[in-house]
Ligand binder design. Sequence first.
Ligand code: TRP
Length: 328
Amino acid sequence: MSKKRILSGMRPTGKLHLGNYVGALENWIKLQDDYESFHLIADYHVLTTDLNTEEIYKNSIDMLIDWLSAGLDPIKAPMFRQSKIKEHTELFLIFSMLITKARLERNPTLKEQVRDLNIENLVYGHLGYPVLQAVDILLYKGEIVPVGEDQLPHIEITREIARRFNAQYCPDDPIFPEPDGMITEFARLPGLDSKRMSKSLGNTIYLSDEPEVVQQKLRKAVTDPLKIRKNDPGRPEICLVFTYHKKFNPEEVPQIDRDCRSGALGCVECKLKCSKKINWMLKPILEKRKYYENNLSEVEDILHHGEKRARVVAEDTMNQVHQKMKLG
Ligand code: TRP
């Protein structure tokens, strides 16, 4: 039986943080053996919120280095930039005819962005964000899309577009799958202030943070506000550091739970334990990152090779689209 296909991607906004890792990247790495994976650097998508393209290339390479350092294997899974595969723009035009403005305006992820970023005049391309994402997925006939929770509305829109295309142009021989999203247990890892982990909120731990930096950042993390002194009893269920223990230190969770509640364990020590675990996990990633930073031409080769492989698939799909649409 042939493997199912995964397509997933991220916008290149710079170095990745633990939220990106836990919410998606870690899952991509786990899945790369059992699926045929494609991973896209969504550089055009960045334009929806930032027209300054000065840093896009650098950020793309930085993100690629994070992907590789964390363990994505370029032989198993091609990695490529959206802007280097022309078929994205072509299919975007066609797909934009298959969905209404009203439907796109109902997108909760867009509403959240408009609110968070205080956007007063939404540009046309930003409204079409999920249409471009549908193209990303369907050009490669992605069946499974492992992403963070906030992306599920976009996958729903992708399903609707796939259905609409198939019904209109090839009801008897559908060419597009209706992909399923796949989210992880920690799809939304909170940041150091308990809010959503996000670069713009300054509450992140980066995959590229050195051990001392992680330790310092954790020292400032919020805990139970009623646990002021070491021996005060704490409430793990409302403590951010406890959430991190659940993710990065699962073996010790029952013990920490008990000792926090009884007051035997103070926050300072608890945070230290936690940063050690995070650093232990990050150590091999940091080492590989140093290697790639010193071998940038290898990184570029990986990208160009990935783009070649992606292009073959995208061209094939686009030919099928033209054929089904009888564009001759
Ligand atoms: N919108 C995604 C994000 O912000 C990035 C993305 C672009 C993507 N194209 C995709 C994710 C295709 C999955 C599939 O995280």
